[in-house]
Design a protein around this ligand. Structure first.
Ligand SMILES: Nc1ncnc2c1ncn2[C@@H]1O[C@H](COP(=O)(O)OP(=O)(O)OP(=O)(O)O)[C@@H](O)[C@H]1O
Ligand SMILES: [Mg+2]
Length: 445
């Protein structure tokens, strides 16, 4: 399987980053001060998706020959992680990812990156992610960068306000169409592809400053071609029944032979996250037995866990395992179904691969919320709880309304959990909320 182009062409050095020159220069200056031994305020990088925040942070570390500790919203809820980082900072020494000790005098500085910092819940108890970050900042003697799309979510609340006063904000601008086209052209050249200018214009226009989306779209239209014409663009996200992914979904859901599903998955020229979304969407159309459904979702959740590791640690060798887990959905059913759905759905909100990040975000936010009632980490939720939770949520209207109210599920999250009418669920949740509040008032008077 080919590396996604967004990874293949991710700049390794700040010099390769296009746009936001002033901000890049500031980051560089900040890092130089660190290397002179002057402790600096942590940075908060904010800006729209796909404008290069994560890339810039990692490129900076690379340029400075610093190591990187990267944490996202779900890691921050894991106490062990926090302790480990706090310790690394407190002693001003550092460890490699394998746990090998490096003295900072030997240049062993580590950049701590808190990505998705706008996805943190404050938390009523000590488990709040922001509090953990504030405390890490207080003891750490290592450079720290927080990243997020929405500045106000990062600095909201008590602990958010502390973050605001402790950090320096750098606002990234979304790339202009001209800048995006420059990068897309560069990629075409590197891939030996001749692409109509009109195609690049169209892709850039559609991406609205999100370079990740633009690069993914380019890869989708250029797949297997040496010449790309404007007529090819119509194919972005509009694959139909004849597509490979469609038949792979069908085979996996219908066959009883793991080997068969596995072979199809392994030969599929798609990334596991894309395949996962297809299976997730269509599993309930095919599997009618509850047990089968739960087991099916379990396989998908396991694939998701592997995939998380692939993304975080860039271990592309694990892609195969993720695919095997997805193939496992085939044997989640006790026996073959005789009745099949009329057709499978293209995940409606997944019009192209670039949106798969959005789907991951929903899974993350739902898991984080569910984790609060089960008192466990989103990672554990995804692995063990979510498959059951989902079926329960889908089947039981009272629980559905109650959970929606208690966990403040929004429309996106509801649509992630069930195909049932989100509007109605929100109304039911509101009704239950009002009842509970009324009861609460009655009790206290
Ligand atoms: N300024 C840039 N110059 C060159 N390539 C870029 C730039 N910005 C983004 N890219 C490309 O787009 C991809 C996505 O960028 P990145 O992951 O840094 O976005 P982000 O700002 O962190 O987005 P998000 O908020 O969604 O995490 C990168 O892998 C890289 O290929
Ligand atoms: Mg990012």
């Amino acid at each position: 399987m080919e590396l996604p182009w967004v990874e293949k062409y991710r700049p390794k050095s700040l010099r390769e980053i296009v746009g936001n020159n002033q901000i890049i220069a500031e980051m560089k200056k900040w890092a130089m001060e660190w290397d002179k031994g002057n402790i600096q305020k942590p940075l908060i990088l904010v800006g729209k998706p796909g404008c290069g925040k994560t890339t810039a942070a990692k490129a900076l570390a690379n340029d400075m020959h610093w190591g990187v500790i990267e944490l996202n919203a779900s890691d921050v809820r894991n106490e062990e992680n926090i302790k480990r980082i706090a310790m690394v900072g407190a002693v001003n020494e550092t460890f490699t990812d394998e746990g090998e000790f490096i003295s900072s005098k030997r240049g062993g500085r580590k950049l701590i990156i808190f990505d998705e910092a706008d996805n943190l819940y404050e938390g009523k108890d000590d488990r709040g992610g922001k509090k953990a970050i504030v405390e890490t900042i207080k003891v750490s003697k290592q450079p720290i960068i927080l990243i997020g799309n929405d500045y106000y979510s990062i600095v909201s609340g008590t602990w958010g306000a502390k973050l605001r006063s402790m950090c320096k904000v750098l606002k990234f601008r979304a790339l202009t169409n001209a800048q995006m086209i420059k990068i897309l052209s560069r990629i075409c050249k590197a891939e030996g592809i001749v692409c109509d200018r009109a195609v690049l214009d169209m892709i850039a226009g559609k991406a609205d400053g999100d370079l990740r989306a633009a690069i993914n779209d380019l890869q989708a239209v250029a797949q297997g071609k040496k010449v790309v014409k404007i007529t090819d663009v119509k194919s972005i996200g509009l694959r139909d029944e004849k597509s490979e992914i469609y038949s792979a979904t069908m085979v996996t859901l219908r066959t009883e032979h793991f080997k068969h599903a596995k072979e199809i998955m392994r030969n599929l020229d798609e990334t596991p996250d894309f395949v996962m979304l297809w299976l997730e969407e269509n599993l309930p159309l095919e599997y009618q037995e509850l047990d089968d459904l739960v087991r099916g979702y379990e396989y998908i959740s396991k694939a998701d866990v592997y995939l998380g590791r692939v993304m975080k640690r860039q271990q592309y060798a694990l892609w195969g395992y993720a695919m095997d887990m997805l193939a496992g959905v085939s044997v989640a059913k006790k026996e073959k179904y005789k009745k099949h759905p009329f057709r499978y759905n293209f995940p409606t909100w997944l019009r192209n691969m670039s949106k798969s990040k959005e789907a991951r975000n929903r899974r993350e936010s739902v898991s984080a919320k569910v984790g609060r009632i089960y008192h466990t980490s989103p990672g554990k939720v995804k692995e063990n709880i979510l498959p059951h939770f989902r079926v329960l949520y889908d089947l039981n209207p009272e629980l559905r309304a109650l959970y929606t109210y208690v966990l403040h599920f929004d429309r996106d999250e509801i649509e992630y959990l069930t195909k049932k009418d989100a509007e109605k669920i929100l109304k039911d949740a509101q009704k239950i909320g009002e009842e509970i509040e009324k009861r609460g008032e009655g009790g206290s008077s």
